[in-house]
Design a protein around this ligand. Sequence first.
Ligand code: B1M
Length: 172
Amino acid sequence: MISAMDVVGQRFEEGKLYVPQMLAAAKTMAAGVEVIKPLLKGDAASAGKMIMGTVSGDLHDIGKNLVIMMIESAGFEVIDLGVDVPVEKFLAAIEENPDVNLVGCSALLTTTLESLKNTVEAINKCANRGSFKIMVGGGPITEEFARKIGADAYTEDAYEAAQAAKEISEER
Ligand code: B1M
């Protein structure tokens, strides 16, 4: 399904597909993901708690939802803040959940990289910053950019995200 989405993205870039078709592809993929979801059984033991959202200005949520699905199946409880999440909402969720182990931010547009940077910078100033790790991911993000903005981990896909979640939450 991800490869098919890449084809949709490529055709959109070439002007052969438009936003409505891109949206239809997204809805189709979301329906497919719902079929897979019950097959991924979560670990009964709680590995920890994660807060996750797509940053302000960005409406893409399929990648975020896949990451959530994999991280839940690795035994984490995930609080999904949704899409277009303002910095204040991330900060409020962190304050309301002092036992949080991981905060994840997703960004899919080059235009929302700035928003990701602002979000991570603000989260880095939280009083309890030492008690959780920040993970970022999404198309335009690189390892170098993630490090530069002060995130603890960058992963390219949902599988790697779940592996990293387990590893870095154990580092605490
Ligand atoms: Co949008 N869109 N889109 N779009 N869209 C892209 C991202 C784009 C690359 C298409 C293209 O031009 N080739 C392009 C961005 C270009 C850029 O900035 N460089 C683009 C654009 C331009 C736009 C609009 C501006 C179009 C317009 O309106 N003119 C607009 C922006 C709206 C907004 O957000 N403000 C827009 C809108 C939309 C739809 C709403 C129609 C729809 C999204 C619907 C939805 O998500 N519910 C949509 C779609 C479907 C796409 C493409 C085709 C597919 C995205 C997707 O779901 N991929 C996309 C092209 C592409 O990606 N090939 C495109 C599948 C998904 C599983 O992959 O999201 O990358 P991905 O997630 C991966 C990894 O990135 C990673 O793991 C995931 C799973 O392996 N990951 C993380 C993601 N988050 C992570 C977090 C982590 C770790 C890993 O830790 C916390």
